[in-house]
Design a protein around this ligand. Structure first.
Ligand SMILES: CC(=O)N[C@H]1[C@@H](OP(=O)(O)OP(=O)(O)OC[C@H]2O[C@@H](n3ccc(=O)[nH]c3=O)[C@H](O)[C@@H]2O)O[C@H](CO)[C@@H](O)[C@@H]1O
Ligand SMILES: C=C(OP(=O)(O)O)C(=O)O
Length: 434
């Protein structure tokens, strides 16, 4: 899937490897919480204030999408982590292909639009480098709530007219655990008539964060953070009193942990939630990385000498698929052999060929990659293929000898808030070139 403004699509990163990382880095708000939460502002006619919103291309795309529908969506100039969305004036509950194609999370407007306006027309999200990513479970769940849904000319056309009672509560068991599917149905259910029970719900920390925001808007929700969420629909929602603060990004934090583990050094991650990263931290410790943590900080220290550690991605609280590529970069330079199995997405090993260009030894057999550590990677030109693949190549570049040029970093800009600036402040030799 493509992403990024025209002027940034050509940007590249040049990394000269071999520097240790030292100092402090502030972790930003979570992309995967901010995106559904910005969409949740569609559920009320009152202006919603957000803080700790990361500066990401995906956030800009979401704001653009909301404005396209008639909302007033602005980032504060004086406090750039603050965003206000006034969906009062929304006149056109439509998400066109041009905006949706760059970001799969735009499907998250479907539930809120249908719940508040009784209709929504949302383009099917485009294909993506990590697998086919259908949205059948979102559609199935909304149909169970009484929506009439058809797919015409690439658009999901959904109707649940208020005059005929709108959405109604239902018991929904999704075929698999789906993060954005759970979020879409959760948001839709807040304004449905009666009780909705979501079984097999996703438990990723971004879901309780969204649920807490919805509760502060007047929604009645129980069980969020477990696999069974119960929602009693209410007639209308208001803006969260005092605004909503986006939870810290556990994947950005995990990426910095891996960067320090690989490059060596000692770094304090501020505003980072170790309790959302248990599986990753366990594996890092197994690899020989030293980690201490408090309620909102993590300290990581590494001498760069790592043991290869195998892992298997799965739903939260197990090892996240969004950390698979970054951790694989560590295994590439560790001692021994590791078995990495991807169970969430069908095609999420696109970084393998690029890591191999840097000298890594990896064999892929179906959903499993066997990684044999090598003593040293060597810099080369590589191409980012998706968001986390890009981060994996940056980590590899930090330890490779000589110069690594990472092309197509618009993928990185979708989901990392000023990654190269943060790395440079820690001592990395990294620069963005146009
Ligand atoms: C914006 C956001 O939060 N993105 C995250 C979200 O993506 P996203 O919510 O898209 O991922 P899902 O949890 O929905 O996908 C899990 C699996 O279910 C399949 N599936 C999903 C829905 C559906 O209707 N039908 C279906 O077959 C998918 O193809 C995939 O194989 O969770 C993923 C899994 O943790 C993360 O990698 C993404 O970073
Ligand atoms: C796959 C990811 O995001 P998205 O669902 O937005 O494509 C990700 O954050 O790694």
């Amino acid at each position: 899937m493509q992403g990024g403004d025209e002027h940034r699509t050509m940007d590249k990163l040049i990394i000269r490897g071999g520097r240790r990382l030292h100092g402090e880095v502030a972790i930003s708000g979570a992309k995967n919480a901010a995106l559904p939460e910005l969409c949740a502002a569609l559920l009320t006619a009152e202006p919603v204030r957000f803080s700790n919103v990361p500066r990401l291309q995906d956030v800009s795309t979401t704001l653009k999408l909301l404005r396209n529908m008639g909302a007033v969506a602005e980032r504060s100039e004086s406090r750039p982590d603050e965003v206000t969305i006034d969906a009062g004036p929304v006149s056109s509950p439509e998400a066109p292909y041009d905006l949706v194609k760059t970001m799969r999370a735009s499907i998250l407007v479907l539930g809120p639009l249908l719940a508040r306006f009784g209709e929504a027309t949302v383009s099917l999200p485009g294909g993506c480098a990590i697998g086919s990513r259908p949205v059948d479970q979102h559609i199935k769940g909304l149909q169970a709530m009484g929506a009439q849904i058809s797919v015409e000319h690439g658009y999901i056309i959904a109707k649940a007219p208020k005059a005929s009672g709108g959405l109604r509560g239902a018991r929904i068991t999704t075929d698999m655990v789906t993060v954005t599917g759970t979020e879409n149905l959760l948001m839709a259910a807040t304004l449905a008539d009666g009780e909705t029970v979501l079984e097999n719900a996703a438990q990723e920390p971004e879901i309780p964060d969204l649920a807490e925001m919805l509760i502060s808007m007047g929604a009645k929700i129980e069980g969020h953070g477990s696999s069974k969420i119960r929602i009693q629909g209410v007639a209308q929602l208001h803006a969260p009193r005092g605004g909503h603060r986006v939870v810290p990004d556990r994947i950005e934090a995990g990426t910095f942990l891996c960067a320090v583990a690989a490059a060596g050094g000692e770094v304090l991650l501020k505003h980072a939630r170790a309790d959302h990263l248990d599986a990753v931290i366990d594996k890092l410790r197994e690899a020989g990385v030293r980690i201490e943590a408090g309620s909102d900080w993590i300290r990581v220290a590494s001498d760069g000498k790592l043991k290869a550690v195998g892992f298997r991605t799965s739903e939260y609280p197990a090892f996240p698929t969004d950390m698979q590529a970054q951790f694989m970069a560590l295994d590439c330079i560790a001692e021994g052999t590791a078995r990495v199995t991807e169970t969430i997405f069908e095609n999420r090993f696109m970084h393998v060929d690029e890591l191999v260009r840097l000298g890594a030894k990896i064999e892929v057999d179906g959903h499993t990659a066997i990684v044999t550590g090598v003593p040293q990677l060597s810099g080369a030109t590589v191409m980012a293929t998706d968001l986390r693949a890009s981060a994996s190549l940056v980590i590899a570049g930090l330890v490779a000898s000589g110069e690594t040029l990472v092309d197509r970093i618009y993928h990185l800009d979708r989901g990392y808030d000023q990654m190269e600036t943060k790395l440079r402040a820690l001592g990395a030799d990294i620069e963005r070139v146009k």
